[in-house]
Write a protein that binds this ligand. Structure first.
Ligand SMILES: N[C@@H](CCC(=O)N[C@@H](CS)C(=O)NCC(=O)O)C(=O)O
Length: 210
């Protein structure tokens, strides 16, 4: 397998954690997002959205969208499972993961921030926008898991919720958000960071880290 990513990409970080939890290895192919390498024609041929990650399986089939990739990995390598068995619990875990992947991350993504700058927004306001998106979204995430048994987001094992949470907290900190406001999320993050699968996937541990 080949994983197209970037050390600081939180969406690629989710997939790196999933690969590690499953004990799978992939060749890591970095694309420097700040240099626009995700828009090279050769990369657009495998991911027309010009976003990372893309996972190429051993037959060369390209899969895009981190959560679709993670669910494919979970279906093809069921142990350890990344979703609970019970359908109601699965829906809750997916809702949490989607709150991050669909509602927080996209509005603070690189190309959205670049567009805000092009439209004349000052750098300070751009950062304020990204911090707001994280603060507002993570407050809702905190409420979603407040009543859940820990230490992970949903119980005593990591799920796709934790795979989305840990990279998003890293983004929130990068934009200056005071994450102390989210104690239940920090509890889940601390449990995750006890696991090598999570620490090995961290941005500063990647070959392309700056
Ligand atoms: N929903 C997509 C999001 C992918 C995404 O936005 N990736 C970012 C990095 S975290 C990216 O490639 N950004 C490049 C850009 O904005 O030009 C997924 O989960 O895979």
């Amino acid at each position: 397998m080949k994983l197209h990513g970037y050390f600081r990409s939180s969406a690629a970080y989710r997939v790196r954690i999933a690969l590690n939890l499953k004990g799978l290895t992939a060749e890591h192919l970095p694309h420097h997002l700040r240099k626009g390498e995700q828009c090279a024609p050769t990369y657009l041929a495998i991911n027309p959205q010009g976003l990372v990650p893309t996972l190429e399986d051993d037959s060369g089939t390209a899969l895009t969208q981190s959560l679709a990739i993670i669910e494919w990995l979970d279906e093809t390598h069921p142990n350890p499972p990344l979703l609970p068995e019970d359908p109601l619990r699965r829906a809750k875990v997916r809702a949490f993961a989607l709150a991050i992947a669909c509602d927080i991350h996209p509005v603070q993504n690189l190309k959205v921030l670049a567009r805000l700058r092009q439209l004349g927004l000052a750098e300070e306001k751009v950062t304020e926008w990204a911090a707001w998106a994280n603060r507002e979204g993570l407050s809702a995430c905190e409420a979603l898991v407040r009543g859940e048994q820990g230490p992970f987001c949903f119980g005593d094992k990591p799920t796709i919720a934790d795979l989305c949470l840990v990279p998003q907290l890293a983004n929130a900190r990068r934009f200056g958000v005071d994450v102390a406001a989210f104690p239940r999320l920090l509890e889940a993050e601390a449990a995750a960071k006890e696991m090598k699968a999570f620490t090995d996937a961290a941005p500063d541990r990647q070959g392309d880290a700056e």
